[in-house]
Design a protein around this ligand. Structure first.
Ligand code: PLP
Length: 357
């Protein structure tokens, strides 16, 4: 049976990326060598790295005064690297859930932190808005898409201080004005690549603000200066990332994927809102295009395990909600085809019919 991959991360990648990477494992670009075994100092890999840089620049419309690095680790590595590099006195954080909290915890090791806004009062079901941003912060940290709760910033923030954003789970899924951010980072395993590589887009002037004596690998300048090749980068993951970017460009870039993502999300949210058995958990205006969270409606709670079983029998994979939220989460990342969303919607309708609705 066809599987519909709604996993939250690592997550679905474009079919063509599976095909190209499978071929490259056997013979990378006619070199007679596997992509798993080429030198990161080879001309061939230099070209992969250069393409990753130029494609990401083009697709996100990144201004010239930004540097891009692709380094090993996870978004969680940047949780401590960001404050190690940029927190000199005080940093502000918006607390929109688990990932934001983890970032705050690491920042506290390096200096003062101020939670300038939080949505904890309603279990992170919304994005705080209209809060004041103190002018004396080294930076303000936000999480543009909250993977676990299904909330997302639909607009870029205006801020008097540099904004640093964790975009792990919505990078390249919708237009963003990069010039409004001092730094954008994330783990690549949601919309770009298999696990193992992270991306960071850093405005050059930020690098002049680094004051701490840092371990070489933690200092962002090391990776910028060495073109992400101070040490051995995750060669295979970066190759897959480049192929994902090639795919995105080939279908029409961010405007087209944004159109597709809106279309997919509308299909599923419409069903959640229409179907008497289900109810969405995120505040409507802050609903994520990437992670769509819902639960059984009041009175039907005990049907949750049965729905999970039924969905599984229809080929749905990864729709169990995060343990902190419960219910269901359908991650609809860039590479998820519309047919998978249609299959899930059909499954919800069939389930409702089975229960006389
Ligand atoms: C998945 C995720 C992370 C954690 O990423 P790792 O690469 O596993 O460290 C951090 N932030 C957000 C928003 C995520 O979705």
């Amino acid at each position: 049976m066809k599987k519909h991959n709604f996993n939250a991360g690592p997550s679905i990648l474009p079919e063509v990326v599976y095909e190209k990477t499978a071929r490259a494992i056997l013979d990378f670009n006619g070199t007679g060598l596997s992509i798993l075994s080429i030198s990161h100092r080879s001309k061939e890999f230099d070209e992969v790295m250069a393409q990753a840089d130029s494609l990401l620049r083009e697709l996100l419309d990144i201004p010239d005064n930004y540097k891009i690095i692709f380094i090993g680790g996870g978004a969680s590595t940047h949780f401590f690297e960001v404050p190690a590099n940029f927190l000199n006195t005080k940093a502000g954080y918006v607390n929109t859930g688990v990932w934001a909290k983890k970032a705050i915890k690491e920042a506290k090791r390096y200096g003062q932190t101020e939670v300038v806004a939080s949505s904890e009062d309603r279990n992170f079901t919304y994005i705080p808005k209209g809060f004041d941003i103190p002018a004396d912060l080294d930076y303000l940290h936000i999480t543009t898409n909250n993977t676990i709760y299904g909330t997302e910033y639909t607009a870029d923030l205006d801020s008097p201080v540099p904004v640093i954003a964790d975009m792990s789970s919505d990078i390249l899924s919708r237009p963003r004005d990069v010039s409004k951010y001092a730094m954008i980072y994330g783990g690549a395993q949601k919309n770009l690549a298999p696990a193992g590589v992270t991306f960071a887009i850093i405005r050059e002037d930020m690098l002049d603000r680094i004051q701490r004596d840092l371990p070489t690998m933690v200092d962002y300048r090391t990776h910028v200066t060495n073109n992400s090749m101070f040490n051995t980068p995750p060669v295979f993951a970066i190759y897959a990332l480049t192929e994902t970017l090639n795919w995105l460009k080939s279908i029409g870039g961010v405007p087209e994927i944004y159109r597709r993502n809106q279309e997919k999300a509308a299909l599923l949210y419409d069903e959640i809102d229409r179907n008497p058995l289900f109810v969405g958990t995120a505040t409507e205006e802050d609903r994520s295009l990437m992670n769509i969270c819902f639960v059984m409606a009041e009175g039907y709670e005990e049907l949750a395990p049965e729905f999970l079983e039924f969905a599984k029998s229809q080929g749905m994979v990864g729709i169990k909600g995060h343990r902190l939220v419960g219910g269901f989460r359908a991650s609809c990342y860039n590479a998820l085809p519309k047919e998978s969303v249609e299959a899930l919607v059909a499954c919800m309708q069939e389930f409702a019919r089975k229960h006389g609705k």
